[in-house]
Design a protein around this ligand. Structure first.
Ligand code: PLP
Length: 364
């Protein structure tokens, strides 16, 4: 039984559950790890070289508070100005800063569900009220329902997690025209998609885009994310962020990564073609797969046996993600891996005969 929380802890914190991340096996453990949407390729060699060149003096001193070296590099890549960029300790941090900046205790944050399970956790911490709305048919943006929530801020993961589905920037523009609060578009997976919302930022003060280097640049272990918004918005977000949110090593590495677009794009192209192959092969085996623009797919198991599939794959040393939540219980989320990993997954799925034994495992 978990120990009782001390009484001096804020009651809202005592009552909350906290975020549950995907399993992270030890570095030496031999598993096929397709459960946390990491990039299957190593980071750019230029990133590793930049880390090797770090001078001790850079560590002795405090880092630049805004991560300016990265802001300048990212501004060039995205064709915006550096004062439109805020850096953070992963995009989770950037999203937390956004919530803190736009919503106070009792204010309403709205988002379509299912979506990224960190959002309600951040809202609980800040004592912000959450109003969720269902996605419209085929995972399209429920604009009217979102407007009816009278929210101060709307969060929108695009591509969405865990579905991988994508809302076109045109639809988000329609929302931006009708909604006066902040729209935070969480583009953690956008490099695996065909379009993005950065062009909307210059047109709409209330559109804030959040990005990460965890997925597209193979740097989940580094913890580096950033927001793109108009300078008037970034100025306010700068007030609520940590005083030094990005350390000196991560700024150097993230800068090298974003400048090496050519290297990163190879992995994006690989993911897109393997995503299509996995989708096709699973469909042939009777699985139903949502059209994904991310580096993962959400696949419904034949006979609704999502949990059995998850457990059966785990027994074979293949990790995928299972969410025991409404609308998701029959599905597993699979990160697109290397061709070899994807073949192992497909082999593992073929070997799963979802029999009584698997059903027993599921009950355990
Ligand atoms: C939708 C979404 N947003 C943000 C993140 C967080 O990414 P980061 O590693 O930058 O904190 C994730 C990570 O899984 C995610 O799925």
């Amino acid at each position: 039984m978990p120990a009782m929380a001390p009484k001096f802890v804020r009651s809202s914190v005592r009552e909350m559950e906290g975020y549950t991340p995907g399993e992270q096996p030890g570095l030496g453990e031999r598993v096929v790890k397709l459960n946390t949407n990491e990039n299957p390729f190593q980071p750019s060699p230029k990133v590793m070289q930049a880390i090797r060149e770090i001078e001790p003096e850079m560590l002795r001193r405090y880092p630049n508070p805004g991560g300016d070296q990265f802001r300048e590099a990212a501004a060039k890549v995205l064709d915006v100005t550096p004062d439109m960029i805020l850096t953070g300790n992963g995009s989770d941090d950037v999203i937390a800063v956004a919530l803190l900046t736009f919503c106070g205790p009792g204010d309403v944050l709205a988002y379509p569900t299912p979506t990224y399970s960190l959002y309600p956790v951040l809202a609980e911490i800040d004592e912000v009220k959450v109003v969720t709305v269902d996605w419209d048919n085929h995972w399209s943006l429920p604009i009217d329902a979102l407007l009816a929530t009278k929210a101060r801020a709307i969060f929108l993961a695009n591509p969405n997690a865990p579905s991988g589905t994508f809302v076109s920037p045109d639809k988000i523009e329609e929302l931006a025209n009708k909604f006066t609060g902040a729209i935070v578009v969480d583009e953690a997976y956008v490099d695996f998609a065909e379009e993005n919302c950065v062009p909307l930022v210059s047109k709409y003060e209330n559109v804030i885009v959040s990005r990460t280097l965890s997925k597209a640049y193979s740097l989940a272990g580094l913890r580096f994310g950033y927001a793109v918004a108009q300078p008037s918005v970034i100025r306010e977000m700068n007030k609520t962020r940590d005083s030094y949110p990005v350390d000196a090593i991560s700024v150097v590495a993230a800068t090298a990564a974003i400048l090496d677009q050519e290297y990163a794009k190879v992995s994006w192209d690989h993911v897109k073609s393997e995503r299509a192959r996995l989708t096709g092969e699973l469909e042939q085996m009777g699985w139903s797969v949502l059209p994904s623009q991310a580096n993962f797919i959400l696949a419904a198991a034949p006979g609704g046996k999502g949990k059995e599939a998850y457990l059966g794959l785990k027994q074979q040393g293949i990790l995928v993600r299972y969410f025991d939540k409404p609308g998701l219980g029959d599905k597993i989320r699979i990160t697109v891996g290397t061709s070899q990993e994807n073949n192992a997954l497909l082999g593992g799925i073929r070997a799963l005969n979802l029999t009584e034994k698997q059903a027993e495992l599921a009950k355990a």
